[in-house]
Design a protein around this ligand. Structure first.
Ligand SMILES: *[C@@H]1O[C@H](CO)[C@@H](O)[C@H](O)[C@H]1NC(C)=O
Ligand SMILES: *[C@@H]1O[C@H](CO)[C@@H](O)[C@H](O)[C@H]1NC(C)=O
Ligand SMILES: *[C@@H]1O[C@H](CO)[C@@H](O)[C@H](O)[C@H]1NC(C)=O
Ligand SMILES: *[C@@H]1O[C@H](CO)[C@@H](O)[C@H](O)[C@H]1NC(C)=O
Ligand SMILES: *[C@@H]1O[C@H](CO)[C@@H](O)[C@H](O)[C@H]1NC(C)=O
Ligand SMILES: *[C@@H]1O[C@H](CO)[C@@H](O)[C@H](O)[C@H]1NC(C)=O
Length: 463
Protein backbone atom coordinates (compact mmCIF):
# COMPACT_ATOMS: atom_id res chain seq x y z
CA UNK A 1 0.00 0.00 0.00
CA UNK A 2 2.67 2.50 1.05
CA UNK A 3 4.84 1.46 -1.83
CA UNK A 4 2.02 2.06 -4.26
CA UNK A 5 1.34 5.43 -2.72
CA UNK A 6 5.00 6.45 -2.91
CA UNK A 7 5.13 5.32 -6.51
CA UNK A 8 2.02 7.33 -7.25
CA UNK A 9 3.47 10.46 -5.67
CA UNK A 10 6.74 9.90 -7.47
CA UNK A 11 4.97 9.51 -10.81
CA UNK A 12 2.87 12.62 -10.39
CA UNK A 13 5.95 14.67 -9.47
CA UNK A 14 7.68 13.26 -12.52
CA UNK A 15 4.85 14.28 -14.82
CA UNK A 16 4.56 17.75 -13.34
CA UNK A 17 8.27 18.51 -13.57
CA UNK A 18 8.73 17.03 -17.03
CA UNK A 19 8.77 20.33 -18.88
CA UNK A 20 11.39 22.54 -17.30
CA UNK A 21 12.17 25.95 -18.68
CA UNK A 22 13.87 29.18 -17.86
CA UNK A 23 11.71 32.29 -18.07
CA UNK A 24 13.35 35.18 -19.93
CA UNK A 25 12.38 38.57 -21.27
CA UNK A 26 13.26 40.25 -24.53
CA UNK A 27 12.98 43.93 -25.36
CA UNK A 28 10.98 44.79 -28.48
CA UNK A 29 9.89 48.09 -30.04
CA UNK A 30 6.25 48.96 -29.40
CA UNK A 31 5.88 49.80 -33.09
CA UNK A 32 7.95 47.87 -35.63
CA UNK A 33 6.53 49.72 -38.61
CA UNK A 34 7.22 53.35 -37.87
CA UNK A 35 10.09 55.25 -36.33
CA UNK A 36 8.39 58.06 -34.44
CA UNK A 37 7.14 56.10 -31.48
CA UNK A 38 10.36 55.13 -29.67
CA UNK A 39 8.75 53.16 -26.83
CA UNK A 40 9.71 49.59 -26.11
CA UNK A 41 8.58 46.85 -23.75
CA UNK A 42 9.42 43.26 -22.91
CA UNK A 43 7.92 40.06 -24.15
CA UNK A 44 8.35 36.85 -22.19
CA UNK A 45 9.87 33.71 -23.58
CA UNK A 46 10.59 30.29 -22.13
CA UNK A 47 13.75 28.35 -22.94
CA UNK A 48 15.10 24.86 -22.48
CA UNK A 49 18.63 24.00 -23.66
CA UNK A 50 18.96 20.57 -22.01
CA UNK A 51 19.32 18.67 -25.26
CA UNK A 52 20.63 21.45 -27.45
CA UNK A 53 23.68 20.94 -29.61
CA UNK A 54 25.12 24.47 -29.17
CA UNK A 55 27.20 24.19 -32.34
CA UNK A 56 24.47 23.62 -34.85
CA UNK A 57 21.33 22.19 -33.24
CA UNK A 58 17.98 23.51 -34.43
CA UNK A 59 15.80 25.95 -32.54
CA UNK A 60 12.23 24.75 -32.03
CA UNK A 61 10.28 27.99 -31.79
CA UNK A 62 6.65 28.10 -30.67
CA UNK A 63 4.89 31.18 -32.02
CA UNK A 64 2.73 32.00 -29.02
CA UNK A 65 -0.94 32.66 -29.49
CA UNK A 66 -3.78 34.30 -27.59
CA UNK A 67 -2.97 33.33 -24.02
CA UNK A 68 -0.27 33.11 -21.40
CA UNK A 69 2.65 31.19 -22.91
CA UNK A 70 3.09 28.71 -20.03
CA UNK A 71 -0.23 27.12 -20.96
CA UNK A 72 1.03 26.32 -24.46
CA UNK A 73 4.41 25.17 -23.12
CA UNK A 74 2.67 22.77 -20.76
CA UNK A 75 0.49 21.27 -23.48
CA UNK A 76 2.73 21.21 -26.54
CA UNK A 77 4.27 17.86 -25.63
CA UNK A 78 5.27 17.19 -29.22
CA UNK A 79 8.07 19.77 -29.05
CA UNK A 80 9.35 18.48 -25.72
CA UNK A 81 9.24 14.86 -26.86
CA UNK A 82 11.02 15.45 -30.17
CA UNK A 83 13.64 18.00 -29.07
CA UNK A 84 16.05 15.33 -27.68
CA UNK A 85 16.28 13.36 -30.92
CA UNK A 86 16.94 16.57 -32.87
CA UNK A 87 19.26 18.05 -30.22
CA UNK A 88 17.04 21.10 -30.37
CA UNK A 89 16.75 24.18 -28.23
CA UNK A 90 13.15 24.81 -27.18
CA UNK A 91 11.73 28.32 -27.17
CA UNK A 92 8.15 29.38 -26.42
CA UNK A 93 7.56 33.05 -27.19
CA UNK A 94 4.63 34.91 -25.69
CA UNK A 95 2.40 36.97 -27.97
CA UNK A 96 2.31 40.68 -27.15
CA UNK A 97 -0.75 41.78 -25.15
CA UNK A 98 -1.21 38.31 -23.62
CA UNK A 99 0.06 36.78 -20.39
CA UNK A 100 2.61 39.17 -18.93
CA UNK A 101 3.87 40.55 -22.26
CA UNK A 102 1.90 43.73 -21.75
CA UNK A 103 3.29 46.96 -23.24
CA UNK A 104 1.28 49.19 -20.90
CA UNK A 105 0.88 46.97 -17.83
CA UNK A 106 -2.70 46.58 -16.72
CA UNK A 107 -3.82 49.42 -19.01
CA UNK A 108 -2.77 47.54 -22.15
CA UNK A 109 -6.26 46.43 -23.11
CA UNK A 110 -7.79 49.89 -22.73
CA UNK A 111 -8.96 51.40 -25.99
CA UNK A 112 -6.22 54.01 -26.09
CA UNK A 113 -3.43 51.45 -25.53
CA UNK A 114 -4.55 48.36 -27.40
CA UNK A 115 -3.67 49.65 -30.87
CA UNK A 116 -0.30 47.90 -31.13
CA UNK A 117 -1.94 44.50 -30.83
CA UNK A 118 -1.67 43.00 -34.31
CA UNK A 119 -0.34 39.73 -35.69
CA UNK A 120 2.18 41.65 -37.85
CA UNK A 121 3.66 43.34 -34.77
CA UNK A 122 3.75 39.97 -32.96
CA UNK A 123 5.53 38.29 -35.88
CA UNK A 124 8.03 41.16 -35.99
CA UNK A 125 8.68 40.57 -32.25
CA UNK A 126 9.35 36.90 -33.01
CA UNK A 127 11.64 37.83 -35.91
CA UNK A 128 13.74 40.07 -33.65
CA UNK A 129 13.86 37.33 -31.01
CA UNK A 130 14.99 34.70 -33.54
CA UNK A 131 17.68 37.06 -34.82
CA UNK A 132 18.84 37.59 -31.24
CA UNK A 133 18.93 33.82 -30.64
CA UNK A 134 21.12 33.52 -33.73
CA UNK A 135 23.49 36.05 -32.15
CA UNK A 136 22.62 38.59 -34.83
CA UNK A 137 24.68 36.56 -37.32
CA UNK A 138 24.33 37.63 -40.95
CA UNK A 139 24.51 33.97 -41.89
CA UNK A 140 22.34 32.18 -39.32
CA UNK A 141 23.89 29.16 -37.66
CA UNK A 142 20.86 27.31 -36.39
CA UNK A 143 17.89 26.04 -38.40
CA UNK A 144 14.67 27.40 -36.90
CA UNK A 145 11.49 25.35 -36.96
CA UNK A 146 8.29 27.21 -36.08
CA UNK A 147 5.47 25.39 -34.29
CA UNK A 148 1.99 26.53 -33.41
CA UNK A 149 -1.55 25.35 -32.87
CA UNK A 150 -4.77 27.18 -33.74
CA UNK A 151 -4.07 30.95 -34.10
CA UNK A 152 -0.51 29.98 -33.09
CA UNK A 153 -0.53 27.62 -36.10
CA UNK A 154 -1.59 30.47 -38.36
CA UNK A 155 1.31 32.47 -36.93
CA UNK A 156 3.83 29.66 -37.47
CA UNK A 157 2.76 29.39 -41.14
CA UNK A 158 2.77 33.17 -41.57
CA UNK A 159 6.18 33.36 -39.84
CA UNK A 160 7.68 31.04 -42.47
CA UNK A 161 5.88 32.87 -45.28
CA UNK A 162 6.91 36.38 -44.20
CA UNK A 163 10.39 35.60 -42.85
CA UNK A 164 11.68 32.59 -44.88
CA UNK A 165 15.28 33.78 -44.33
CA UNK A 166 14.78 33.37 -40.57
CA UNK A 167 12.46 30.36 -40.41
CA UNK A 168 13.40 27.08 -42.08
CA UNK A 169 10.00 25.43 -41.89
CA UNK A 170 6.73 25.45 -39.98
CA UNK A 171 4.38 22.94 -38.38
CA UNK A 172 0.99 24.66 -38.48
CA UNK A 173 -1.47 22.55 -36.50
CA UNK A 174 -5.22 23.22 -36.73
CA UNK A 175 -4.53 26.61 -38.28
CA UNK A 176 -7.72 28.13 -39.72
CA UNK A 177 -5.95 30.27 -42.34
CA UNK A 178 -9.03 30.07 -44.59
CA UNK A 179 -11.53 31.16 -41.93
CA UNK A 180 -12.00 34.49 -43.69
CA UNK A 181 -14.56 36.20 -45.86
CA UNK A 182 -15.06 34.54 -49.23
CA UNK A 183 -13.01 31.42 -48.43
CA UNK A 184 -15.15 29.37 -46.04
CA UNK A 185 -18.90 29.18 -45.46
CA UNK A 186 -19.82 30.85 -42.21
CA UNK A 187 -21.68 27.73 -41.02
CA UNK A 188 -18.75 25.30 -41.33
CA UNK A 189 -17.44 25.69 -37.79
CA UNK A 190 -20.73 24.90 -36.04
CA UNK A 191 -21.49 22.11 -38.49
CA UNK A 192 -18.33 20.36 -37.33
CA UNK A 193 -19.12 20.98 -33.65
CA UNK A 194 -22.41 19.23 -34.32
CA UNK A 195 -21.02 16.35 -36.36
CA UNK A 196 -18.41 15.70 -33.65
CA UNK A 197 -21.24 15.45 -31.14
CA UNK A 198 -23.30 13.12 -33.29
CA UNK A 199 -20.32 10.90 -34.13
CA UNK A 200 -19.13 10.57 -30.53
CA UNK A 201 -22.38 11.12 -28.67
CA UNK A 202 -25.14 9.91 -30.97
CA UNK A 203 -27.96 11.71 -32.76
CA UNK A 204 -30.17 11.81 -29.70
CA UNK A 205 -27.52 13.92 -28.01
CA UNK A 206 -27.55 16.52 -30.78
CA UNK A 207 -31.38 16.39 -30.98
CA UNK A 208 -31.65 17.10 -27.26
CA UNK A 209 -29.17 19.96 -27.46
CA UNK A 210 -30.97 21.42 -30.48
CA UNK A 211 -34.30 21.52 -28.67
CA UNK A 212 -32.80 22.64 -25.35
CA UNK A 213 -32.38 26.29 -26.38
CA UNK A 214 -36.05 27.14 -26.72
CA UNK A 215 -36.91 24.74 -23.89
CA UNK A 216 -34.60 26.62 -21.49
CA UNK A 217 -35.90 29.98 -22.69
CA UNK A 218 -39.51 28.87 -22.09
CA UNK A 219 -38.75 27.15 -18.80
CA UNK A 220 -36.87 30.16 -17.37
CA UNK A 221 -39.79 32.51 -18.06
CA UNK A 222 -41.46 31.13 -14.95
CA UNK A 223 -39.83 32.61 -11.84
CA UNK A 224 -40.11 29.40 -9.83
CA UNK A 225 -38.37 27.52 -12.64
CA UNK A 226 -35.70 30.20 -13.03
CA UNK A 227 -34.93 29.77 -9.35
CA UNK A 228 -34.90 25.99 -9.83
CA UNK A 229 -32.24 26.42 -12.53
CA UNK A 230 -30.23 28.80 -10.33
CA UNK A 231 -30.20 26.21 -7.57
CA UNK A 232 -30.02 22.91 -9.46
CA UNK A 233 -27.56 24.05 -12.11
CA UNK A 234 -25.53 25.78 -9.37
CA UNK A 235 -25.42 29.06 -11.29
CA UNK A 236 -23.32 31.73 -9.55
CA UNK A 237 -25.88 34.39 -10.50
CA UNK A 238 -29.66 34.03 -10.62
CA UNK A 239 -31.60 34.33 -13.89
CA UNK A 240 -33.38 37.61 -13.27
CA UNK A 241 -34.32 38.55 -16.81
CA UNK A 242 -34.10 37.50 -20.47
CA UNK A 243 -30.67 39.12 -20.64
CA UNK A 244 -29.32 36.70 -18.04
CA UNK A 245 -30.95 33.79 -19.86
CA UNK A 246 -29.23 34.87 -23.08
CA UNK A 247 -25.89 35.08 -21.24
CA UNK A 248 -26.43 31.55 -19.97
CA UNK A 249 -27.29 30.25 -23.45
CA UNK A 250 -24.21 31.97 -24.93
CA UNK A 251 -22.09 30.35 -22.24
CA UNK A 252 -23.57 26.97 -23.11
CA UNK A 253 -22.98 27.42 -26.83
CA UNK A 254 -19.36 28.20 -26.06
CA UNK A 255 -19.25 25.15 -23.77
CA UNK A 256 -20.28 22.79 -26.59
CA UNK A 257 -17.65 24.38 -28.88
CA UNK A 258 -14.94 23.86 -26.29
CA UNK A 259 -16.02 20.27 -25.65
CA UNK A 260 -15.71 19.51 -29.37
CA UNK A 261 -12.33 21.25 -29.60
CA UNK A 262 -10.75 19.41 -26.70
CA UNK A 263 -12.41 16.06 -27.35
CA UNK A 264 -9.10 14.30 -26.69
CA UNK A 265 -8.78 10.57 -25.98
CA UNK A 266 -7.22 11.32 -22.57
CA UNK A 267 -8.11 13.58 -19.64
CA UNK A 268 -6.73 17.08 -20.20
CA UNK A 269 -6.67 20.39 -18.40
CA UNK A 270 -5.79 22.36 -21.51
CA UNK A 271 -8.80 24.72 -21.60
CA UNK A 272 -10.81 23.35 -18.68
CA UNK A 273 -10.23 20.15 -16.69
CA UNK A 274 -12.11 17.39 -18.52
CA UNK A 275 -12.22 13.61 -18.72
CA UNK A 276 -11.09 11.60 -21.74
CA UNK A 277 -13.54 11.86 -24.68
CA UNK A 278 -15.56 14.59 -22.95
CA UNK A 279 -18.17 14.68 -25.73
CA UNK A 280 -18.96 11.02 -25.15
CA UNK A 281 -19.10 11.65 -21.40
CA UNK A 282 -21.57 14.54 -21.54
CA UNK A 283 -23.70 12.85 -24.18
CA UNK A 284 -24.33 9.93 -21.84
CA UNK A 285 -26.67 12.31 -20.01
CA UNK A 286 -28.42 13.32 -23.22
CA UNK A 287 -29.18 9.84 -24.48
CA UNK A 288 -32.88 9.16 -25.04
CA UNK A 289 -35.79 11.45 -25.88
CA UNK A 290 -35.84 14.00 -23.08
CA UNK A 291 -38.20 16.86 -22.33
CA UNK A 292 -39.40 19.05 -19.48
CA UNK A 293 -37.61 18.69 -16.15
CA UNK A 294 -35.83 15.53 -17.35
CA UNK A 295 -34.14 17.55 -20.10
CA UNK A 296 -33.24 20.31 -17.63
CA UNK A 297 -31.73 17.79 -15.24
CA UNK A 298 -29.66 16.24 -18.03
CA UNK A 299 -28.35 19.62 -19.22
CA UNK A 300 -27.50 20.37 -15.59
CA UNK A 301 -25.27 17.27 -15.57
CA UNK A 302 -23.53 18.47 -18.73
CA UNK A 303 -22.87 21.90 -17.17
CA UNK A 304 -21.57 20.24 -14.04
CA UNK A 305 -19.16 18.01 -16.00
CA UNK A 306 -17.85 20.99 -17.94
CA UNK A 307 -17.44 23.39 -15.04
CA UNK A 308 -16.65 21.11 -12.17
CA UNK A 309 -14.88 17.97 -13.32
CA UNK A 310 -12.09 18.64 -10.82
CA UNK A 311 -14.67 19.37 -8.06
CA UNK A 312 -13.06 22.72 -7.30
CA UNK A 313 -15.80 25.05 -8.47
CA UNK A 314 -18.65 26.09 -6.25
CA UNK A 315 -20.86 27.45 -9.01
CA UNK A 316 -21.23 28.00 -12.76
CA UNK A 317 -19.89 31.43 -13.69
CA UNK A 318 -21.96 31.73 -16.85
CA UNK A 319 -21.40 35.48 -17.11
CA UNK A 320 -17.84 34.78 -18.24
CA UNK A 321 -19.24 33.63 -21.58
CA UNK A 322 -16.53 32.53 -24.00
CA UNK A 323 -13.78 33.88 -21.68
CA UNK A 324 -14.34 30.89 -19.41
CA UNK A 325 -11.38 28.56 -18.81
CA UNK A 326 -7.60 28.58 -18.53
CA UNK A 327 -6.86 30.57 -21.65
CA UNK A 328 -6.71 34.25 -20.76
CA UNK A 329 -7.55 35.46 -24.25
CA UNK A 330 -9.16 38.81 -23.46
CA UNK A 331 -7.19 40.55 -26.23
CA UNK A 332 -8.61 38.23 -28.88
CA UNK A 333 -11.90 40.09 -29.26
CA UNK A 334 -9.93 43.14 -30.38
CA UNK A 335 -8.01 41.08 -32.94
CA UNK A 336 -11.30 39.61 -34.15
CA UNK A 337 -12.61 43.17 -34.51
CA UNK A 338 -9.66 44.32 -36.63
CA UNK A 339 -7.71 41.91 -38.86
CA UNK A 340 -8.93 38.45 -37.74
CA UNK A 341 -12.55 38.81 -38.81
CA UNK A 342 -13.84 35.24 -39.01
CA UNK A 343 -17.42 34.99 -40.26
CA UNK A 344 -19.46 32.55 -38.16
CA UNK A 345 -23.12 31.63 -38.35
CA UNK A 346 -25.53 28.92 -37.32
CA UNK A 347 -28.52 27.59 -39.25
CA UNK A 348 -30.28 25.37 -36.72
CA UNK A 349 -30.73 22.49 -39.15
CA UNK A 350 -27.18 21.51 -40.21
CA UNK A 351 -26.14 22.28 -36.67
CA UNK A 352 -27.60 21.94 -33.18
CA UNK A 353 -27.74 25.65 -32.38
CA UNK A 354 -30.30 28.43 -32.68
CA UNK A 355 -30.09 30.08 -36.09
CA UNK A 356 -27.89 33.18 -36.09
CA UNK A 357 -26.86 34.89 -39.32
CA UNK A 358 -23.50 36.48 -40.01
CA UNK A 359 -24.14 40.20 -40.33
CA UNK A 360 -20.97 42.17 -40.97
CA UNK A 361 -22.79 45.50 -40.60
CA UNK A 362 -23.95 44.57 -37.13
CA UNK A 363 -20.57 43.03 -36.28
CA UNK A 364 -18.76 46.20 -37.35
CA UNK A 365 -21.17 48.37 -35.35
CA UNK A 366 -20.46 46.26 -32.25
CA UNK A 367 -16.68 46.59 -32.79
CA UNK A 368 -17.03 50.33 -33.26
CA UNK A 369 -18.98 50.60 -30.03
CA UNK A 370 -16.64 48.44 -27.98
CA UNK A 371 -13.21 49.46 -29.29
CA UNK A 372 -13.81 52.40 -31.62
CA UNK A 373 -12.39 50.41 -34.55
CA UNK A 374 -13.66 49.43 -37.97
CA UNK A 375 -12.93 45.79 -38.87
CA UNK A 376 -11.03 45.07 -42.09
CA UNK A 377 -12.49 41.73 -43.17
CA UNK A 378 -10.07 41.41 -46.10
CA UNK A 379 -6.92 42.34 -44.17
CA UNK A 380 -5.77 38.79 -43.37
CA UNK A 381 -6.24 37.71 -47.00
CA UNK A 382 -4.33 40.71 -48.33
CA UNK A 383 -1.52 40.51 -45.78
CA UNK A 384 -1.06 36.74 -45.63
CA UNK A 385 -2.44 35.33 -48.87
CA UNK A 386 -5.66 33.64 -47.79
CA UNK A 387 -6.10 30.56 -49.95
CA UNK A 388 -3.44 31.53 -52.49
CA UNK A 389 -0.35 30.08 -50.87
CA UNK A 390 1.37 28.63 -53.93
CA UNK A 391 4.49 30.70 -53.45
CA UNK A 392 4.90 29.47 -49.88
CA UNK A 393 7.12 26.55 -48.95
CA UNK A 394 8.19 24.26 -46.10
CA UNK A 395 4.93 24.22 -44.19
CA UNK A 396 2.87 21.30 -42.92
CA UNK A 397 -0.77 22.10 -42.26
CA UNK A 398 -2.40 19.46 -40.06
CA UNK A 399 -6.11 19.22 -39.35
CA UNK A 400 -8.13 16.96 -37.10
CA UNK A 401 -11.45 16.25 -38.77
CA UNK A 402 -13.27 16.37 -35.43
CA UNK A 403 -11.97 19.87 -34.79
CA UNK A 404 -14.44 22.71 -35.50
CA UNK A 405 -11.55 24.88 -36.71
CA UNK A 406 -10.83 22.36 -39.47
CA UNK A 407 -13.65 24.23 -41.24
CA UNK A 408 -11.13 26.96 -42.04
CA UNK A 409 -8.13 24.69 -42.48
CA UNK A 410 -6.00 23.94 -45.54
CA UNK A 411 -7.06 20.67 -47.17
CA UNK A 412 -5.24 20.61 -50.49
CA UNK A 413 -1.53 20.38 -51.00
CA UNK A 414 -0.68 23.83 -52.36
CA UNK A 415 2.94 23.31 -53.26
CA UNK A 416 5.16 20.23 -53.16
CA UNK A 417 6.57 21.60 -49.92
CA UNK A 418 3.34 23.00 -48.48
CA UNK A 419 1.67 19.82 -47.42
CA UNK A 420 -1.48 18.77 -45.68
CA UNK A 421 -1.99 15.96 -43.22
CA UNK A 422 -5.44 14.96 -42.01
CA UNK A 423 -6.08 13.29 -38.68
CA UNK A 424 -9.48 11.68 -39.15
CA UNK A 425 -10.28 11.21 -35.49
CA UNK A 426 -8.32 14.15 -34.09
CA UNK A 427 -9.62 17.18 -32.18
CA UNK A 428 -7.95 20.62 -31.95
CA UNK A 429 -4.16 20.26 -32.56
CA UNK A 430 -4.06 16.81 -30.96
CA UNK A 431 -0.79 16.22 -32.85
CA UNK A 432 0.96 18.85 -30.69
CA UNK A 433 -0.32 17.43 -27.41
CA UNK A 434 1.82 15.12 -25.27
CA UNK A 435 1.71 11.58 -26.68
CA UNK A 436 -0.58 9.22 -24.85
CA UNK A 437 -1.24 5.46 -24.96
CA UNK A 438 -4.83 6.29 -25.95
CA UNK A 439 -3.76 8.21 -29.08
CA UNK A 440 -5.33 6.99 -32.32
CA UNK A 441 -2.88 5.64 -34.90
CA UNK A 442 -3.71 8.57 -37.23
CA UNK A 443 -2.11 11.07 -34.86
CA UNK A 444 1.00 8.92 -34.50
CA UNK A 445 1.29 8.91 -38.27
CA UNK A 446 0.90 12.71 -38.33
CA UNK A 447 3.66 13.15 -35.75
CA UNK A 448 5.99 10.89 -37.74
CA UNK A 449 5.21 12.93 -40.84
CA UNK A 450 6.07 16.16 -39.00
CA UNK A 451 9.40 14.68 -37.89
CA UNK A 452 10.27 13.57 -41.41
CA UNK A 453 9.60 17.02 -42.80
CA UNK A 454 11.54 18.73 -40.00
CA UNK A 455 14.48 16.47 -40.78
CA UNK A 456 14.22 17.35 -44.47
CA UNK A 457 14.09 21.11 -43.78
CA UNK A 458 17.11 20.89 -41.49
CA UNK A 459 19.04 19.01 -44.20
CA UNK A 460 18.11 21.72 -46.72
CA UNK A 461 19.30 24.41 -44.30
CA UNK A 462 22.66 22.73 -43.86
CA UNK A 463 23.29 22.33 -47.60
C1 LIG B 1 -2.59 48.67 -12.23
O1 LIG B 1 -1.22 48.74 -11.95
C2 LIG B 1 -0.89 49.80 -11.07
C3 LIG B 1 0.64 49.91 -11.00
O2 LIG B 1 1.24 48.67 -11.01
C4 LIG B 1 -1.54 49.56 -9.72
O3 LIG B 1 -1.23 50.60 -8.85
C5 LIG B 1 -3.04 49.48 -9.93
O4 LIG B 1 -3.69 49.14 -8.72
C6 LIG B 1 -3.41 48.45 -10.98
N1 LIG B 1 -4.83 48.57 -11.28
C7 LIG B 1 -5.61 47.52 -11.37
C8 LIG B 1 -7.04 47.79 -11.72
O5 LIG B 1 -5.22 46.36 -11.23
C1 LIG C 1 -27.51 5.40 -25.58
O1 LIG C 1 -28.28 4.38 -24.96
C2 LIG C 1 -28.35 3.18 -25.70
C3 LIG C 1 -29.29 2.24 -25.00
O2 LIG C 1 -29.01 2.21 -23.63
C4 LIG C 1 -26.93 2.62 -25.87
O3 LIG C 1 -26.97 1.47 -26.68
C5 LIG C 1 -26.06 3.66 -26.52
O4 LIG C 1 -24.74 3.20 -26.59
C6 LIG C 1 -26.10 4.95 -25.76
N1 LIG C 1 -25.35 5.97 -26.50
C7 LIG C 1 -24.49 6.79 -25.94
C8 LIG C 1 -23.81 7.75 -26.84
O5 LIG C 1 -24.24 6.79 -24.74
C1 LIG D 1 -44.49 28.35 -12.45
O1 LIG D 1 -44.15 26.99 -12.25
C2 LIG D 1 -44.63 26.46 -11.04
C3 LIG D 1 -44.00 25.08 -10.84
O2 LIG D 1 -43.77 24.45 -12.04
C4 LIG D 1 -46.15 26.44 -11.08
O3 LIG D 1 -46.64 25.92 -9.90
C5 LIG D 1 -46.64 27.86 -11.29
O4 LIG D 1 -48.04 27.85 -11.47
C6 LIG D 1 -46.00 28.51 -12.49
N1 LIG D 1 -46.32 29.92 -12.52
C7 LIG D 1 -46.82 30.51 -13.58
C8 LIG D 1 -47.10 31.98 -13.44
O5 LIG D 1 -47.05 29.93 -14.62
C1 LIG E 1 -42.67 14.65 -22.69
O1 LIG E 1 -42.72 13.50 -23.50
C2 LIG E 1 -43.74 12.60 -23.15
C3 LIG E 1 -43.63 11.40 -24.06
O2 LIG E 1 -42.31 11.00 -24.21
C4 LIG E 1 -45.11 13.27 -23.30
O3 LIG E 1 -46.12 12.41 -22.89
C5 LIG E 1 -45.12 14.54 -22.46
O4 LIG E 1 -46.33 15.26 -22.69
C6 LIG E 1 -43.95 15.43 -22.80
N1 LIG E 1 -43.92 16.55 -21.87
C7 LIG E 1 -43.70 17.79 -22.26
C8 LIG E 1 -43.65 18.82 -21.16
O5 LIG E 1 -43.53 18.11 -23.44
C1 LIG F 1 -27.62 43.65 -40.39
O1 LIG F 1 -27.54 44.53 -39.31
C2 LIG F 1 -27.93 45.84 -39.61
C3 LIG F 1 -27.59 46.73 -38.44
O2 LIG F 1 -28.06 46.16 -37.24
C4 LIG F 1 -29.40 45.86 -39.98
O3 LIG F 1 -29.80 47.15 -40.31
C5 LIG F 1 -29.61 44.93 -41.20
O4 LIG F 1 -30.97 44.82 -41.48
C6 LIG F 1 -29.05 43.56 -40.92
N1 LIG F 1 -29.07 42.78 -42.14
C7 LIG F 1 -29.60 41.59 -42.22
C8 LIG F 1 -29.52 40.91 -43.54
O5 LIG F 1 -30.13 41.06 -41.29
C1 LIG G 1 6.71 25.74 -54.37
O1 LIG G 1 7.51 26.72 -53.73
C2 LIG G 1 8.85 26.76 -54.15
C3 LIG G 1 9.57 27.76 -53.29
O2 LIG G 1 8.93 29.01 -53.33
C4 LIG G 1 8.90 27.11 -55.61
O3 LIG G 1 10.25 27.07 -56.04
C5 LIG G 1 8.07 26.11 -56.40
O4 LIG G 1 8.02 26.50 -57.74
C6 LIG G 1 6.66 26.03 -55.84
N1 LIG G 1 5.92 24.99 -56.52
C7 LIG G 1 4.78 25.21 -57.14
C8 LIG G 1 4.11 23.99 -57.72
O5 LIG G 1 4.29 26.31 -57.27
Amino acid sequence: MWRELTLLIFLSVLVKSEYKFETKYFKVPLDHFGYQNKDSFQIKYLVNDDHWDHDSGPIFFYTGNEGQIELFAQHTGFMWETAPEFNAKIVFAEHRYYGTSMPFGNKSLDNDHIGYLTSEQALADYADLVDYLQGGAVIPKYPVIAFGGSYGGMLSAYFRMKYPHLVTGAIAASAPVHMFQGMTNCDSYYKIVTSSFSIDGGNQCTDNIRKSWSAIREFAKNETNAEWLHKNWKLCDPLKNTNNVQELLDFMQSMYETLAMVNYPFPSEFLVPLPAYPVRVVCQYLNGTLNGTKLMEAIGEVLNTFTNYDKKNKCVDYKKGSDYGNLDASGWDYQACTEMVMPMCTTGDHDMFEPRTWNLTQYAADCQKRYGVVPRPDAARIIYGGDRLRAASNIVFSNGLKDPWAGGGVFNTVNESVEVILIIDGAHHLDLMPSNPADPSTVRIARDFHKQRIRRWIRQFRK
